[in-house]
Design a protein around this ligand. Structure first.
Ligand code: ZN
Length: 249
């Protein structure tokens, strides 16, 4: 017994020309798979990109692990970003955002521990904040702080945060050098610069009411650690290159 099979030439193919395609990997941005929980267990800073890609057009999920304790002080500041941010809460206890929820932040938003009580042992939040890097010129960010007493703006640091590949990208921005194999993430550079200004005597003293504001504790945020380690990774890479050249005569 034989079964009739349509010849391929007689089968009408569905209309696919209008469907959208994700282009195949081009090489520089190979597909990678990570567990957000595993990755964040080894993180050294809040807003750490969990993939090593943050160039123009890249979708950049950045992880944060915030937790409470009697000695934990996160302070408060404001962040402004020309690109959109989406927060996903991968796990929370006594947090301001429920586990499994998403939140699209406003371009200008306040930032603190996102915990109901930062002094409470056992309170935590593991989240990602994802931004899409601009392919066009003009990506910018700012951090600012207000006086805890009168709410007057204390300090503001606004900077161009153009990613690699954008028309206004500057390889020497964010403390980098031309040819760095590992690029600084603009938000990390900006955040640790902001803390320097914010914690200076001038930055802490309110011009409006004279109140001397608290010293912002960078320890729970770790931006300076991330920034320093990225700088050292570049220097270490260069030192091996120099050693190899020396060994080859
Ligand atoms: Zn004031």
């Amino acid at each position: 017994m034989t079964t009739a099979v349509d010849s391929p030439t007689t089968v009408a193919l569905p209309e696919i020309t209008r469907s959208r395609h994700v282009p195949p990997p081009s090489g520089p941005r190979e597909p990678l798979k990570v567990s957000v929980y595993e990755r964040m267990s080894k993180s050294n800073a809040q807003l750490m990109p969990i993939f090593p890609y943050d160039g123009a057009g890249a979708i950049v999920p950045c992880g944060a692990v915030l937790y409470g304790g009697p000695d934990r002080t996160h302070g408060h500041f404001f962040h402004w970003n020309t690109v959109s941010e989406l927060l996903v809460a991968w796990g929370c206890n006594e947090g301001m955002i429920a586990t499994g929820s998403l939140m699209a932040t406003q371009p200008f938003h306040g930032v603190n521990s996102f915990l109901r009580d930062e002094k409470k042992e056992g309170a935590f939040m593991l989240a990602t904040i994802t931004q899409r890097q601009s392919s066009e010129a003009g990506q910018r960010e700012a951090l600012s702080a207000k006086c805890e007493k009168c709410k007057q703006e204390l300090v503001k640091l606004e900077y161009a945060s153009a990613p690699e590949g954008a028309p206004d990208y500057d390889p020497t921005a964010f403390g980098g050098q031309e040819g760095d194999p590992f690029l600084q993430f603009s938000t990390m550079w900006g955040s640790q610069e902001f803390v320097k200004i914010r914690n200076s005597e001038e930055g802490r003293t309110c011009q409006e009411c004279g109140h001397e504001n608290y010293i912002f504790d960078q320890m729970p945020w770790g931006w300076n650690v991330f920034y320093d380690k990225t700088r050292i990774a570049n220097e270490a890479y260069r030192s091996l290159e120099a050693a190899a050249k020396g060994a080859q005569g």
